[in-house]
Design a protein around this ligand. Structure first.
Ligand SMILES: [Zn+2]
Length: 337
């Protein structure tokens, strides 16, 4: 059995629809790597650690670019092993069909506007012979990787999906920056805010990672105690942290209306390769800029850490992923064909 000029047709089947796919743990959140190496003396000696006020008179950049991505597994599929003579296969490899999208919201001149929104669909698999899956609701581009010894397949596939999403976020961020001149923003007069860790995006200039959840404490207990005493707009001194990768980081308090001691606390990251003066300047910019966009006043259930340009962007990106039930039906039909 052969397809139109592309070798054997890939046979696959689709698992029952599981609405739980869409609610799996958010890979953008802090992975909670607890074995961090931390240097707390980047900005000041540990003995002098204190809350740092927003720098007075710091002029914010003309444009803030908020970058985010969303992902959703549409179905788990089974790709039949290749058989040389087209006889039915006895083995099948589990794979994921997923939709993902990345986009950028630009906040300039007191308004927020969408500048990039790129949806994609992929078939994430370790089957070397996997081919694209075409359906009437869209084509899933085959994205292959090798199985990793000792790692569950589900984790390998999830990381492959996350890697493609990260690449797409870099693409849209670079695209958004090159479009800025088109609406009158001077070269370099911008700041990029990535929702989630900055990992694999550290090379982007003037970029911050924005982390809303805190599953691990990275600071020694006596310094960590400073975080819960921060007033809105204040931050901790900068520290350098290394887990599987290195970056500068600091905790920042957004405006809040009561709540537990860490309510409104976010952790911000920037590249480990920057000079200390540049890092401190970025930390100051985060204090000046991010506070303006915290969503206390916008009644977001995750307020105030969920910045409202990011909430709006996420909603728009999810909309562009399409209707999951429709996508599932389209996949089932292609499998049966
Ligand atoms: Zn703009």
């Amino acid at each position: 059995m052969t397809g139109p000029g592309t070798g054997p047709v890939m046979r696959f089947s689709v698992d029952g629809w599981d609405p739980g796919y869409g609610t799996s743990s958010d890979p953008e959140e802090d992975l909670g790597e607890s074995t961090a190496r931390v240097d707390v003396t980047v900005e000041m000696p540990a003995a002098r650690w204190r809350a740092v006020d927003p720098p007075p008179g710091l002029v914010p950049p003309a444009a803030l670019l908020f970058v985010d991505g969303v992902r959703r597994v549409e179905a788990r599929v089974w790709i039949d092993d290749e058989t040389p003579d087209g006889t039915p296969a006895h083995e099948a490899s589990a794979a994921l069909c997923a939709s993902y999208a990345a986009g950028v919201v630009c906040c300039c001149r007191g308004q927020a506007h969408l500048v990039q929104a790129e949806p994609r669909r992929g078939l994430f698999t370790v089957a070397a012979h996997a081919a694209d899956i075409a359906t009437w609701a869209g084509t899933y581009t085959a994205e292959r990787t090798k199985p990793a010894a000792g790692r569950p397949l589900a984790q390998t596939l999830s990381q492959l999906l996350q890697g493609r999403l990260t690449e797409l976020e870099v693409t849209v961020a670079v695209g958004a920056r090159s479009a800025l001149a088109g609406h009158g923003i001077g070269d370099g007069d911008d700041l990029l805010i990535v929702d989630g860790p900055l990992r694999q995006r550290e090379h982007l200039p003037r970029a911050l990672g924005y982390i809303k959840s805190h599953r691990s404490s990275y600071l020694p207990p006596d310094l960590n105690a400073l975080v819960s005493t921060l007033a809105p707009g204040q931050r901790t001194p900068v520290f350098l942290m290394g887990t599987s990768w290195d970056r500068h980081s600091w905790y920042l308090r957004l405006p809040r209306t009561g709540g537990p001691p860490w309510a409104g606390v976010v952790r911000v990251e920037c590249s480990a390769d920057l000079a200390v003066a540049d890092v401190i300047r970025l930390a100051g910019l985060s204090q000046t800029c991010l506070v303006r966009f915290s969503s206390t006043r916008y009644k977001d259930p995750r307020a105030p850490q969920n910045l409202y340009p990011i909430s709006g962007l996420e909603r728009e990106l999810r909309r562009r992923l399409g209707d999951p039930r429709l996508l599932y039906r389209a996949l089932s039909r292609s499998a049966a064909a």
